[in-house]
Design a binder for this molecule. Structure first.
Ligand code: PDD
Length: 306
């Protein structure tokens, strides 16, 4: 290090964008090149994780389960008393413009709304008329629906669920899920299932299911888990296909003895789980229920995408 070394003008992000080098992003009413989109360091999303988000998948240039994501966004905002500055049609227009401007065929759109710039850092919320900060950006994920993990299955480890008790609100407080994911990777697994009082809550960024004797078992909705939009769609389709569903908690032992296990999320759709800690699930390959649900979900999602 020499005294003449100029400090970097911006912190190196470390992350390489997967979409156009200069993708167009949305910030508070403007469409901007990503390097020109700036948010205040006083923004409560930055200093307090006082923000909520949604991630919507794009298949064939269309949005999957969009109304569900909008309904959950409304709910997250109202639980936190953050004003929703736009309506669903406005958000739809922004999503569509980002898809078009960034040439997204298969990929994701991320939306985040924070309580805005509260000035000096304060635990007290800023005045209710403080404008929320609205950010959206997207990225291409070619082959999103052809994930090879659908054929191999995922491996998971179980870890204690050390998150807060309002997991039904989709906030950007993602540090513990991120730590759990890193721990899973360090143990050679793909992901972690989180456990509280001996019962599985959900995955780090997905809902968790097991299948036993043809019954699909998944934790009931409560403040303990995120109310997955993919979960709602998959359970509806499973019911329509005359499958039996039990919405109840299950232990790690029960999961390890299950015939099948799987996860759902907007980015993974339905993915089988073939190992939980040291236990092989079923035959150790994706089972028929998870495979069928993935197929039905993708088929119906493509049809209903807007
Ligand atoms: N994660 N549970 C948690 C803790 C999640 O973070 C997610 C979504 C889900 C599944 O919800 P949905 O089906 O609505 O995507 C369940 C998103 C994809 C993410 O953080 O990237």
């Amino acid at each position: 290090m020499t005294a003449t070394t100029a400090p970097p003008t911006t912190a190196p992000s470390g992350a390489v964008p997967s979409s156009p080098a200069q993708r167009t992003v949305y910030l508070n009413g403007d469409y901007l090149p990503e390097t020109e989109a700036r948010v205040s360091i006083f923004d409560r999303g930055f200093v307090m994780a006082d923000a909520v988000y949604e991630v919507t998948s794009v298949l064939d240039g269309k949005l999957v389960d969009f109304p569900g994501h909008m309904a959950r966004l409304d709910r997250s905002l109202s639980e936190l008393g953050i004003r929703n500055p736009m309506d669903s049609d406005d958000y739809l227009a922004v999503h569509r413009r980002l898809i078009a401007e960034n040439g997204i065929t298969d990929g994701m759109i991320y939306l985040q709304i924070s309580r805005g710039n509260g000035g000096d850092r304060d635990f007290v919320y800023p005045p209710a008329d403080t404008p929320p900060t609205v950010v959206l950006f997207g990225w291409n994920k070619p082959g999103l629906a052809d994930n090879p993990q659908a054929d191999t299955g995922l491996t998971v480890v179980t870890l204690p669920d050390l998150r807060w008790s309002r997991r039904d609100i989709k906030t950007v407080q993602l540090l513990y899920p991120s730590m759990a994911k890193m721990e899973a990777k360090a143990r050679g697994a793909d992901d972690a299932w989180l456990v509280e009082d001996g019962l599985v809550t959900e995955g780090t960024s997905n809902n968790a299911y097991i299948v036993k004797d043809g019954r699909i078992i998944t934790r009931a909705l409560s403040n303990d888990i995120l109310h997955g939009i993919t979960r709602a769609a998959v359970l509806r389709l499973a019911r329509e296909a005359q499958m039996t569903i039990e919405e109840r908690s299950f232990t790690v032992d029960e999961a390890q003895a299950a015939d099948e296990a799987f996860i759902t999320s907007a980015s993974a759709f339905v993915l089988p789980v073939v190992r939980i800690d040291d236990a092989t699930i079923g035959s150790g390959t994706p089972g028929p229920v998870a495979r069928r649900l993935r197929e039905i979900y993708l088929e119906e999602s493509r049809k209903a995408a807007i």
